[in-house]
Design a protein around this ligand. Structure first.
Ligand code: ZN
Ligand code: ZN
Length: 410
């Protein structure tokens, strides 16, 4: 007699439903559902018993593993559809939390028939409820990055939703020297509101993140937003030129069909003179990763006040000498409270004098990512070597700094 049939007969020494019987041998063949496989094994067992003049197995009454939980699949599916309600999404996945007693009974059965390649009851429930839900709504099951996961607790027929964030990519320009890139909670009260921050909970009343993220969160009916920028500029530096790439992440969005063109013009109207955005489009967590690891060259315009007058030829000569050279920067004193103190090398790629007006020079500097431009200009008390101030032999103060290109598209 077929070895498979022998093991199926052994398993059926306790009352099992076709699902639980079929799942035991899920790795044996494909193309059948577990209950179809279970039914055909049960028939094979009875056939072999009749050939040996044995009584047929008693009819199945109540499964000793699952308590007939698969009869509940339509109810679970209806509960999922009900919970999804008016949520906007394209793809979904069903997960289940199964009563540990059922899992324990199932594992005991594996031991009894020495089966270690069975499918788990959880996996079958996930799939069967998913199929049932998919037949009720016009949405697809997706495993890798579903818009929403419906988690069914099968003991109570209770459903919880885990809604994936919404990601929107764009580029921003910051035209103000008074707002930070990201939301900045008050460092005394941490957002609760105190006398230092005048009850607002913030160090700065707004930010690039809030000007873009607040209306997006409102449209998406989300609960919070996070800003992922390709680097950042200082508060007092403007971000001009082609803008800086970012991805805004909205948590728990109830809407995903956002009119991004309308949103973009709303942001630009409201942000006038402070923040502009362009190229808004839907994005992904994968793009957040790319943005956070990118390290493109940057180009800056910097207005420098010189301690004393320098003639143009002398200044040009010093600037020329920096082209394609490497400088060493010890972590600047102004950021040393939040960054490790270490020395790093960065390349100054190009340096051009745009204008010299008395003691004020305007320079255009192109550098490798991660260069501290202000320190390159004033030397940070000898912590950046060589520096512009060091080579000129006079003090140089940064009056204004703008980022004019993020070279991520070359
Ligand atoms: Zn069962
Ligand atoms: Zn405060």
């Amino acid at each position: 007699m077929n070895e498979l049939v022998v093991r199926a007969e052994k398993a059926l020494s306790q009352d099992l439903c076709d699902h639980c019987l079929g799942r035991l041998f899920a790795m044996v063949d494909t193309g059948l559902s577990n209950d179809e496989r279970g039914m055909s094994l049960r028939m094979a067992v009875n056939l072999s018993r009749s050939l040996e003049d044995k009584e047929p197995l008693p009819p199945h009454v109540k499964c000793t593993v699952c308590d007939e939980i698969f009869d509940m699949v339509p109810r679970f599916a209806a509960a999922v559809v009900d919970k999804l309600g008016t949520l906007e999404f394209e793809t979904f996945l069903v997960g289940t939390r199964v009563d540990p007693i059922l899992v324990e009974r199932e594992e005991r059965l594996w031991g009894a028939v020495s089966q270690d390649k069975a499918e788990t009851i959880k996996a079958e429930l996930n799939r069967e409820i998913g199929k049932a839900v998919q037949s009720m709504i016009p949405h697809e099951v997706e495993f890798a990055t579903p818009d929403v996961v419906a988690l069914v607790d099968t003991r109570f027929c209770h459903v919880e939703l885990d809604i994936s964030p919404l990601f929107i990519y764009g580029r921003y320009r910051k035209l103000s020297r008074e707002i930070p890139q990201t939301r900045w909670p008050c460092n005394r009260c941490r957002g609760k509101g105190c006398s230092k921050c005048g009850g607002t909970g913030k160090m700065y009343q707004t930010s690039v993140q809030e000007i873009i993220g607040d209306p997006l969160q409102r449209d998406a009916q989300g609960v919070d937003h996070f800003f992922h920028g390709m680097g950042r500029e200082d508060i007092d530096a403007r971000m001009l030129g082609n803008g800086r790439p970012f991805v805004l992440e909205v948590r728990e969005p109830k809407k995903r069909q956002i009119d991004l063109l309308a949103l973009q013009s709303e942001i630009n109207d409201f942000g006038r003179e402070r923040v502009e955005v362009e190229g808004l489009r839907f994005s992904s967590r994968e793009e957040v990763r790319q943005i956070k690891t990118a390290s493109p060259d940057k180009e800056y315009r910097v207005r420098v006040r010189l301690e004393s007058k320098v003639n143009k030829e002398q200044l040009d000569e010093v600037l020329q000498s920096f082209k394609r050279t490497r400088i060493t920067q010890q972590t600047p004193t102004r950021v040393s409270h939040r960054r490790a103190d270490l020395a790093r090398e960065r390349e100054i790629k190009d340096l051009v004098l745009e204008d010299l007006d008395g003691r004020v020079a305007t320079l255009r500097v192109r550098t490798e990512a991660g260069t501290y431009i202000k320190e390159f200009v004033h030397g940070d008390s000898g912590r950046t070597v060589p520096s512009l101030a060091g080579k000129l032999g006079i003090a140089c103060a940064v009056e204004a700094l703008d980022v004019i290109e993020i070279a991520d598209q070359t």
